[in-house]
Design a protein around this ligand. Structure first.
Ligand SMILES: NC(=O)c1ccc[n+]([C@@H]2O[C@H](COP(=O)([O-])OP(=O)(O)OC[C@H]3O[C@@H](n4cnc5c(N)ncnc54)[C@H](OP(=O)(O)O)[C@@H]3O)[C@@H](O)[C@H]2O)c1
Length: 262
């Protein structure tokens, strides 16, 4: 099995690093040459990674082709390539839908979309996939957890949820800043909050069948300090702002998909 990557940027580097960190044989990998420094770094990691001569060489060599270029160049890059009928094409390109990809590729191929996140590098990523596809699910299960979506609506919702990463760090940064401004050394503040948030996520994952509202109550004494912050956050419009942010990202994803169909 050979995986080919068209676009050798951050997410390709994370996926290839994750694959190489696995045990066993693993696939052969061909990456596109344009980002020479990243491609050379990946090729130096293993004899199983080769740098292709050009994008077409990557497609020709691959059983599974990953499209990992940015959305603004995707159409030009994909239209210029010749794919084999029946080839599996995994598009990581956010906001370009199946219909657009099929029309650009213009031969019958299996198109699967996926949203790997940087944690695939340490084999702890969670990756949404649409439509379900055993080979692509097997890969991303190896790199953490694969979530196969039954509908494009579900996939777009997870794409929206994945856009919370910046806010997560933003909230942590804000709280660290607040502590630091009041005299706490920054390294201690950050270590404390990172540990706290990590433990809370562990609880949410471990007790997956318990409503989060129950967990919120369990971790907030009635009339206590946790309840006080959440009440102020809600009453100050924090939850409404979060809803507006999620709504606007989902709108953007859907609008881009609709535009790509025109
Ligand atoms: N990063 C993530 O966490 C993540 C997660 C899920 C999905 N994605 C999606 O994956 C795609 C890539 O994201 P990224 O973060 O890896 O972006 P990136 O780091 O900017 O990588 C994109 C790479 O494509 C290269 N490229 C541009 N034109 C090319 C061409 N004609 N042929 C071959 N390569 C070309 C770029 O080279 P130059 O720099 O020289 O232009 C760059 O190295 C995007 O569509 C993004 O939406 C990213």
């Amino acid at each position: 099995m050979t995986f080919g990557f068209v676009g050798t940027g951050n997410i390709t580097e994370a996926i290839v690093a994750g694959i190489l960190a696995g045990e066993g044989q693993g696939p052969d990998i061909v990456v596109s040459p344009r980002s020479a420094a990243t491609a050379a770094r990946l090729a130096a990691l293993s004899p199983k990674v080769l740098v292709g001569e050009d994008n077409q060489h990557v497609v020709d060599a691959a059983d599974m082709v990953f499209l990992a270029i940015r959305p603004d160049v995707a159409e030009a890059v994909v239209r210029a390539l010749r794919f084999r009928p029946g080839q599996r094409v995994v598009s990581l390109v956010a906001t370009v839908d199946h219909a657009a990809l099929r029309s650009w590729i213009d031969v019958p191929v299996e198109v699967v979309r996926a949203i790997p996140l940087p944690f695939v590098a340490t084999r702890s990523g969670v990756t949404a996939i649409f439509p379900p596809d055993p080979a692509v699910e097997a890969l991303f299960s190896d790199l953490g957890t694969a979530v196969a979506c039954e509908t494009i609506e579900e996939y777009d919702l997870l794409a929206t949820a994945s856009a919370l990463m910046g806010s997560y760090f933003g909230i942590m940064d804000h709280a660290v800043g607040w502590l630091t401004a009041r005299g706490m050394p920054e390294t201690s503040a950050r270590a404390y909050l990172a540990s706290l948030f990590s433990s809370l996520s562990t609880v949410a994952k471990r007790d997956a069948s318990r409503p989060l509202e129950d967990l919120r109550h369990e971790y907030s004494t009635k009339g206590g300090l946790n309840e006080q912050i959440f009440t102020q956050f809600r009453e100050g419009g924090g939850l409404d702002a979060l809803t507006r942010g999620l709504d606007s990202v989902l709108d953007r994803i859907r609008t881009n998909a609709a535009r790509a169909k025109e």
